[in-house]
Ligand binder design. Structure first.
Ligand SMILES: CC(C)(COP(=O)(O)OP(=O)(O)OC[C@H]1O[C@@H](n2cnc3c(N)ncnc32)[C@H](O)[C@@H]1OP(=O)(O)O)[C@@H](O)C(=O)NCCC(=O)NCCS
Length: 380
């Protein structure tokens, strides 16, 4: 390619071929390896979805049993990691802790990355599994409570809730949590996944790639929108005030959190599933206040967008914060939960990058000064 093209934010730029994720933004469809997110949400679980992402196919019974077992025995945190979680600066965000933990875990592994064929990062699943245990342990210590060792008879999502709360969640809550992890596990070439692939393309370790991806996800334009949706719901305070709040936000050219997506020009399919979970959980807990406010925000927002002919709809974050809230998860954990799910997708992309690697090296368009003479310090 000789022609110099420039696309701010790399919009529309194709940076790689990938078999992992297909997003039909116009129709609002999402597929992992050809399987629709609706089917995966309904029939699969986080462990099976992780297998699908890492091996490119659904496992048979024997394969899922041994994979699941490998994931479950990796759940418990070593005393050194627990010390790290306990002693991490109290003011630090758990995303900073997660980034550090992944680098620390790397020290336990003999890396084989020189040749893609011998890469062993699919075998060392602790970097996928233990993020959930670290997030749960961080929350326990933050509340002045003790570490709850994992259980091996629970799904990944249910076990996370168990380790965080110290009590086994009911079956529905466990299913909701696990399915939320399925729905966040992969989403194509978003900023954090691209970050992971760029680092992997240098033949750095998968731990370095994942830790960099966590840093990328920490930014508020990527992870974190669901946290701000809940802040918005709290500020609005009641269903009857929602329309005025949205109108004022839009009149003042403020963005409404949880709305809009670079790729989707229809309602995000994950938002539709999340909305169902939020409604059902709200009914079960006799508290539909957040759901009611969000639906009113959506209605007013869509009316305003229709007037302008804009295809901006709720994204996955619009309802997920409400779901997490009803599961008793504090706002500060929303982005870490995103990370403990998306790590499966990051790893899938790291493996794919390695299979046909070429180091990423785009260009920038130079808009600086022409060559000029160096002026010695005493003459400036
Ligand atoms: C997701 C997001 C970053 C996509 O960004 P993008 O593709 O770069 O789109 P832009 O931010 O350039 O927005 C394009 C137009 O839509 C408008 N728009 C986009 N999202 C909007 C929102 N949430 N509320 C109000 N207007 C919005 C912009 O104001 C802009 O309008 P303009 O053309 O009149 O200037 C953006 O929609 C956003 O900030 N949403 C809120 C944060 C969020 O929910 N993030 C989670 C994503 S999963």
């Amino acid at each position: 390619m000789t022609e110099t093209t420039y696309a701010k934010g790399l919009e529309g730029v194709v940076a790689a071929e990938s078999e992992i994720c297909r997003i039909d933004g116009e129709q609002g469809r999402l597929y992992y390896l050809g399987y629709s997110i609706q089917d995966l949400a309904r029939y699969s679980d986080f462990e099976e979805t992780t297998y699908l992402l890492l091996y490119g196919k659904l496992p048979n019974r024997g394969e899922i049993e041994s994979f699941s077992k490998r994931m479950r025995i990796s759940r418990d945190l070593a005393p050194e990691i627990l010390d790290m979680v306990r002693n991490f600066p109290k003011e630090a965000h758990p995303m900073e802790l997660l980034q550090s933990v992944v680098s620390y875990l790397s020290g336990y592994v003999q890396h084989k990355i020189q040749h893609s064929a011998t890469c062993n990062c699919r075998d060392t699943l602790h970097q996928v599994v233990q993020l959930a245990s670290v997030v749960a342990a961080w929350q326990r210590f933050h509340e002045g409570k003790d570490y709850i060792p994992p259980r091996q008879d629970l799904s990944h999502g249910a076990n996370f809730l168990y380790m965080m709360r110290g009590e086994e969640p009911d079956e529905y809550e466990g299913k909701v949590m696990d399915t939320c992890l399925v729905m966040h596990a992969e989403h194509g070439f978003n900023a954090s996944t691209f970050t992971a692939r760029v680092v992997a393309s240098t033949l750095s370790t998968c731990y370095c790639s994942i830790s960099a991806a966590i840093g990328s996800l920490y930014g508020s334009l990527h992870g974190g929108a669901n946290e701000r949706v809940i802040t918005m719901v709290e500020k609005i305070g009641g269903k009857d005030k929602a329309a005025a709040w949205v109108n004022q936000a839009l009149d003042n050219k403020r963005k409404v959190m949880g709305m809009g997506h670079r790729v989707y020009k229809a309602k995000d399919p994950r938002a539709i599933i999340m909305e169902e979970f939020l409604l059902e959980l709200s009914k079960r807990k006799n508290d539909t206040s957040s759901y009611d406010i969000l639906k009113e925000v959506e209605k007013t927002f869509r009316e305003r967008m229709e007037e302008k002919g804009k295809s901006i709809y709720p994204n996955v974050d619009f309802f997920s914060g409400g779901v997490y809230n009803l599961l008793g998860i504090p706002k500060i954990l929303f982005t870490p939960i995103f990370a403990m799910s998306r790590v499966a997708g990051w790893l899938a992309h790291i493996l794919e990058q390695r299979r046909d690697n070429r180091i990423y090296r785009p260009k920038s368009l130079y808009v600086g000064r022409d060559a000029r003479e160096y002026v010695p310090l005493e003459k400036r």
